[in-house]
Design a protein around this ligand. Structure first.
Ligand SMILES: Cc1cc2nc3c(=O)[nH]c(=O)nc-3n(C[C@H](O)[C@H](O)[C@H](O)COP(=O)(O)O)c2cc1C
Length: 325
């Protein structure tokens, strides 16, 4: 009997496959369909700090009445939050799998009041999607890490449900950051968020949106960091995200040490059937390889368990094309 259940950040999942935060998870009825397709958990679309602020500011740009502006900003905020709270409640009413709320934030102060309401609405955990792309020329040591930690600590003070931090790739010492997050109460990390990709239209000379969807080539960094973090920072769960497109990618992430694996682009492109396909193929692979549970092979090829962990740290091509002119 094969058991594909897993424990992730304090939650019990029937399988390690999570549908990641996106427009796919913005509707309770659709979330039920994702559950029916076999998802082990769902991360709801993020509630964006930036979005709320921009929305209220754009409405209030020309106002001559600052008090009215404050009132309306407060109203819009509450309204956005109510819509999100409704999404959590309706999804929880329809689904039995864990439902993870997601909040996108970049400051430590604004979100704490919302986190409590999100918990009250029934979310099983919170994924903190902390957006940060450092471009300052004068680099303040530890600024980024301190910001992440202070957001996490404020949220942890406010809620008792698990808090997971979703990170982008552009962090200068990821193990040190994850280590700090772990010591400040993070229950898991999602590696990685895939940021909006800019492109340039050379005909219109405009900056345009690049491909919003990932592809297989994105998986390498996801594997590298699942392996390094799970090997070097034990005691915090890693959920792999970005570039996971089929069941083999899922198996690779688990071998690299991930506790769960998130899929987004592939569900957009192939529909929710990809979820059941992945689960079936994962079980078949376990049958063939005679693994009875995921714990039997999870992390088998992570940084701590292979003879040459430097394989995951190799950054240069040194010898790869040395025979070519
Ligand atoms: C259309 C779209 C909307 C997304 N919205 C969110 C979001 O609201 N919050 C978030 O944390 N990530 C969001 N993401 C990022 C995904 O959750 C995921 O981390 C990323 O797409 C990489 O996974 P993938 O390679 O499986 O697509 C979005 C991605 C896409 C394509």
């Amino acid at each position: 009997m094969i058991d594909i259940s897993t424990h992730y950040a304090g939650l019990n999942l029937k399988n390690p496959l999570i549908v990641s935060s996106s427009g796919l998870t913005n509707n309770a009825v659709r979330n039920k369909e994702l559950e029916k397709a076999g998802a082990g958990a769902i991360v709801l679309k993020s509630l964006f700090e930036e979005q709320i602020e921009m929305h209220s500011d754009s409405l209030m740009q020309d106002s001559d009445f600052p008090e009215a502006a404050d009132y309306i900003r407060g109203y819009i905020k509450a309204n956005q939050l109510n819509t999100y709270i409704e999404l959590i409640k309706k999804t929880k009413d329809l689904c039995t799998i864990p439902i993870i709320a997601s909040i996108n934030c970049y400051k430590a102060d604004v979100w704490t009041e919302f986190a409590h309401q999100i918990q009250e609405a029934g979310a099983d955990a919170i994924e903190l999607n902390v957006f940060s792309l450092e471009t300052d020329l004068v680099y303040e040591n530890d600024k980024l890490r301190n910001n992440y930690v202070s957001i996490l600590r404020k949220i942890k003070e406010t809620v008792s449900i698990p808090v997971i931090v979703k990170l982008g790739k552009y962090v200068d010492n990821l193990p040190a950051l994850v280590h700090a997050l772990k010591h400040n109460g993070a229950d898991g990390v999602v590696l990685f968020n895939r940021f909006y990709q800019p492109d340039i239209d050379i005909n219109t000379m405009q900056i345009v949106s690049g491909n919003v969807f990932s592809n297989h080539a994105d998986l390498g960094d996801t594997l590298r960091w699942a392996a390094i973090i799970s090997g070097k920072v034990p005691g915090i769960d890693v959920s792999s995200s970005t570039g996971v497109h089929d069941w083999e990618d899922v198996v690779k992430c688990l071998l690299a040490g991930s506790t769960t694996v998130q899929m987004c682009s592939s569900v957009y492109n192939q529909g929710s059937e990809i979820i059941s396909q992945v689960i079936t193929c994962l079980e078949e692979w376990m049958q063939q390889t005679q693994y009875r549970s995921i714990d039997e092979f999870r992390g088998k090829l992570n940084y701590a368990n292979i003879p040459d962990p430097g394989m995951y740290e190799r950054a240069q091509f040194m010898k790869y094309f040395s025979n070519r002119d």
